[in-house]
Design a binder for this molecule. Structure first.
Ligand code: AMP
Ligand code: ZN
Ligand code: FE
Ligand code: FE
Length: 281
């Protein structure tokens, strides 16, 4: 049996592994295909493609966008996106600025709570353009202000906790369109985590290509429920570990093994789309 992990993060967003380390783990675990889905970034894709190539692993370019529909936050995975697509890169650069400003706001809130953390130390630790809450949590632990990442999230960073700052998000319908115009497939990430079932029909109408049925935080029953939903709406099925290296405890790569037949279905949809595009030209 061949398997894939299509949801992975590196230090180009809030993971701790380099693309090379991640590809190395993928090889050790025997994966046939991997995708890199850093938040609001495709920066690591070129190195990941090279590292996967050297390891004999098929690589699928990807990213994970934060979006919302009717006040529900959801994450969109974009697979096979053109990593040079100008509009995608421009939009992502905008999201990255939003992320950087949000770090400053969260640090200001922490300072008001007498937690003497500096935004500069978060940026130095993150050392990437797409910083997020896990970097703030790691900086709090590093500064000795929290004992663990969990404590940092529980006390300060979780939604509605005192240092949490909502993130300005793009509309999910625009997100699907952005991924499509960059030549990719738009997939709703971990629907079981964001409880986004209600918004699935609207996204399907907007052209959603699939849903991530298999995810570390989906129980078997949850995965089965989303397989049924995928079937009902004729959606593609994806899955991945959402591994962040050591930034959320222990590395998760290897905990989700997506049967390779689903990768073949993704590729078939890409080929079909290319055919219709060529016919139109
Ligand atoms: P952000 O994009 O800045 O909102 O951060 C989101 C990241 O923080 C995602 O990778 C989440 O999985 C992670 N995250 C959210 N809540 C927690 C938590 N309670 N503990 C650890 N990581 C979390
Ligand atoms: Zn993340
Ligand atoms: Fe996510
Ligand atoms: Fe993720």
């Amino acid at each position: 049996m061949k398997f894939a992990d299509l949801h992975l993060h590196t230090y180009f967003s809030d993971g701790t592994f380099s693309p090379e380390e991640l590809a190395g783990h993928g090889q050790r675990l025997g994966f046939a295909a991997l995708s890199l889905t850093d938040h609001d970034s495709v920066e690591g894709c070129a190195r990941m493609a090279a590292a996967c190539g050297a390891a004999g692993i098929e690589f699928i370019s990807g990213t994970e966008l934060t979006a919302e529909h009717n006040d529900t936050e959801l994450h969109l995975l974009g697979y096979f996106v053109d990593t040079q697509n100008q509009k995608l890169l421009t939009e992502m650069a905008g999201f990255q600025v939003v992320r950087q400003n949000r770090i400053r706001e969260m640090v200001a809130k922490l300072n008001e709570l007498n937690m003497p953390l500096k935004a500069e130390s978060v940026f130095a630790l993150a050392n990437c353009k797409s910083p997020g809450r896990p970097h703030v949590a790691r900086a709090l632990v590093k500064a000795g202000l929290c004992k663990s990442l969990d404590e940092a999230f529980e006390r300060f960073l979780k939604k509605n906790r005192p240092a949490w700052v909502p993130k300005a998000k793009m509309s999910a319908l625009e997100g699907v369109e952005l991924i499509h115009q960059a030549g990719g497939l738009a997939i709703m990430a971990h629907p079981g985590l964001n409880r986004t079932d209600d918004v699935i029909p609207a996204l399907v109408d907007a052209g959603l290509d699939g849903i991530e049925c298999f995810h570390t935080k989906h129980s078997t029953a949850t995965s089965e429920r989303y397989l049924e939903i995928a079937d009902k709406f004729h959606l593609l099925v994806t899955g991945g570990s959402d591994c962040h290296g050591f930034s959320k405890g222990k590395p998760l790569i290897g905990t989700v093994k997506l049967p390779y037949e689903h990768v073949e279905k993704l590729k078939a949809k890409m080929a079909e789309r290319q055919l219709t595009t060529n016919e139109r030209q």
